[in-house]
Design a protein around this ligand. Structure first.
Ligand SMILES: [Zn+2]
Length: 213
């Protein structure tokens, strides 16, 4: 699996394009919210991946916050499936602004169709690549992380960053859940983690952060 990180310099979430090169399948993790960020994603899809000019096969959202999900609308309107944990997926389907935080970003609540719920421990196939979904609440109650065993990569959303943990004071946030979720990811054999904001980190970073919380 090849990873194309699209790191946000501003308030968008980071986006990660994952490509199973053999089967030419592409998944997007968290497409952000601004038009500018969406254009960067489309440019990578069109010019850098092996699947020139095509759409991704599906999207995974790590959680329901506006800065991670609003650009789903563009892809869902074109028939692309969006995977989320059921709790956060329902918040989007119910257009629950308190949980989505659209108002916080001074934006309208997005209307996103084509949502499919992904369970804890579910394996989603990206060609021959298996993406393992882990329910890792704490930042929101329906947050998930995505693990890929061969490259030992973990996509952690806003659970943990290279220099600390995600906010727990927003609706659905919970400190005890967050600590358990970090213990859960530390049981995995990942080398690199790819967070929802900021730069990538290592297993050692997470281990160190866990000691201080
Ligand atoms: Zn968030």
């Amino acid at each position: 699996m090849k990873i194309y990180p699209i790191i946000s310099p501003s308030a968008d979430s980071n986006t990660y394009l994952l490509e199973d090169e053999e089967d030419e399948k592409i998944c997007i993790i968290d497409p952000g919210y601004t038009q500018e960020h969406l254009e960067r994603i489309i440019s990578v899809l069109e010019n850098e991946t092996g699947k020139f000019g095509k759409f991704p096969d599906f999207i995974i959202n790590t959680h329901c916050h506006y800065d991670h999900i609003a650009n789903d609308e563009y892809f869902a309107d074109r028939g692309i499936k969006i995977f989320l944990n059921e709790i956060d997926g329902k918040a989007i389907l119910e257009q629950n602004d308190e949980k989505i935080l659209a108002c916080f970003f001074e934006m309208k609540v997005p209307k996103i169709s084509n949502i499919e719920f992904a369970d804890n421990d579910e394996l989603i196939n990206l060609g021959k690549t298996k993406l393992k979904i882990l329910h890792t609440p704490g930042h929101t109650s329906g947050s998930i992380s995505v693990y890929e065993e061969k490259t030992k990569s973990l996509f952690s959303g806003d659970l943990v960053f290279s220099e600390g943990v995600g906010r727990m004071d927003l609706p659905g946030g919970n400190f005890e859940d967050l600590k358990h979720s970090i213990d859960k990811i530390l049981d995995l054999n990942f080398k690199t983690f790819y967070p929802g904001h900021g730069k990538t980190g290592t297993y050692g970073n997470v281990k160190r952060i866990r000691k201080f919380i």
